[in-house]
Write a protein that binds this ligand. Structure first.
Ligand code: PMP
Length: 398
């Protein structure tokens, strides 16, 4: 018995996709020329599929802070946050984040994935319930799988479905509702105000994953919960440094007075090495820069609206009616068209993400474009032009 036989259907699916040369699952950035350009397969390519929303991966403040931290503290901590892996900079970053979100406490994790894994599996125990949106990120599903609670799913962004599920649960049980501010594939936002109000009506604890909104949603960049005025209904906020902050890592921030005890109970926080000091230093510098430079959020929204309008006007089938986030997704009829479109678009000089089932909701096939505050207006136009040329090359009806 070959244990890998169970993956044969995926192997067959991959083989059946008509890629001529490049493949979205094995693409290699041979050289990074700037925050918006890289060399892929020997060619200069516009990057329209990263999560570098605020343009922080080459920000000078972040670079300098990281270099200094390497000189001062070395390349890594070689240990857990609860043993040798907490340096003063880890504590400083936690306090910078608590301040950013106007919360009392913050825990920094080694990735956003681990933050969800840890918080969800630790908060909800045996006899508790976790209520999640059906289109939740894998880290939320995996957080549920790691714990012992009962899992209840409701239809994506559907208030009636959420309320129906909550009505059926025992009144006095522990209940954790987990939702995302912005959903990562389509880039749509949650009706957070109503969702959290319903959750509170049924006595639930709430956790909001704001991974895709940090820095550019709301006056202080706190996310959809700030835009919707429901910070007071949000018990835990999970976020990441791998998008707006331009590096790697995750966090959870909260006003809960007992938050700190989770440092002694949360396995994905305890049983892994902490982030290297250079990553921590660049995260602090990036967050400070995002706060000090509001033009980044403004330019990001300008780019998102321009890209959505450009593609909509050209006749593409957009996944959202308007730009709700810097994730702008175009729907394609089927997986074969998605495959051809993705590779032709790359040949036309633009890299985006091909998103297909099961990673996408409702079985849809997407060209997922995610843009940055440091894309120029010319680059946004270049992306639109490349989409139009690709459709023409493939004789697609627009
Ligand atoms: N939550 C959501 C909604 C995400 O999209 C992601 C990353 N794609 C994560 C959590 C995990 O973040 P990280 O990359 O820091 O592990």
């Amino acid at each position: 018995m070959d244990l890998l036989d169970k993956f044969d259907s995926i192997i067959e699916l991959r083989k059946s996709l008509p890629f001529e040369k490049a493949d979205p699952f094995t693409v290699v950035m041979e050289k990074v020329l700037s925050q918006t350009k890289a060399v892929i397969d020997g060619r200069e390519t516009v990057l329209a599929g990263t999560n570098n929303y605020m343009g922080m991966t080459f920000n000078e403040n972040a670079l300098n802070a990281a270099k200094q931290a390497i000189d001062d503290f070395g390349t890594g901590t070689t240990g857990s946050r609860v043993l040798n892996g907490t340096y003063s900079s880890h504590k400083e970053l936690e306090s910078v984040l608590a301040d950013f979100y106007n919360m009392d406490h913050c825990m920094v994790f080694s990735t956003g994935y681990q933050a969800n894994l840890g918080m969800i599996s630790t908060l909800a125990g045996k006899d508790d319930y976790i209520i999640i949106d059906a289109d939740s990120h894998a880290s939320i599903y995996d957080g549920c799988a790691l714990g012992n609670a009962q899992i209840v799913r409701f239809k994506h962004n559907d208030l009636d479905s959420l309320e129906k599920r909550l009505k059926r649960l025992p009144e006095d049980a522990g209940k954790l509702v987990v939702v995302e501010g912005i959903y990562s594939m389509i880039g749509d936002t949650a009706p957070l105000k109503e969702m959290l109000e319903i959750s509170k009506k049924y006595g639930c604890t709430t956790l909001v994953d704001e991974a895709h909104s940090m820095g550019f949603c709301g006056p202080n960049g706190r996310g959809i919960m700030e835009i919707e005025g429901v910070e007071h209904l949000t018990d835990f906020v999970v976020g990441t440094f791998s998008k707006s902050v331009g590096t790697v890592g995750g966090f959870c921030t909260s006003n809960h007075p007992k938050m700190d005890i989770l440092r002694s109970a949360c396995r994905p926080y305890i049983f892994t090495a902490s982030l290297p000091p250079s990553v921590i230093a660049s995260a602090i510098a990036a967050i400070q820069t995002i706060k000090a430079e509001p033009w980044r959020a403004e330019k990001l929204w300008e780019n998102a609206h321009a890209l959505h309008k450009g593609l909509l006007d050209a006749g593409f089938d957009m996944a959202t009616e308007k730009a709700e986030s810097p994730i702008i997704a175009v729907k394609l009829d089927d997986i074969l068209m998605a495959t051809r479109f993705w590779e032709t678009l790359l040949n036309n000089g633009v890299y985006v993400n091909m998103a297909i089932p099961p990673a996408t909701p409702s079985g849809i096939n997407l060209m997922r474009v995610s843009i940055s505050a440091v894309h120029s207006s010319e680059e946004i136009q270049e992306i639109v032009n490349a989409f139009v040329k690709t459709a023409r090359d493939l004789q697609m009806q627009l």
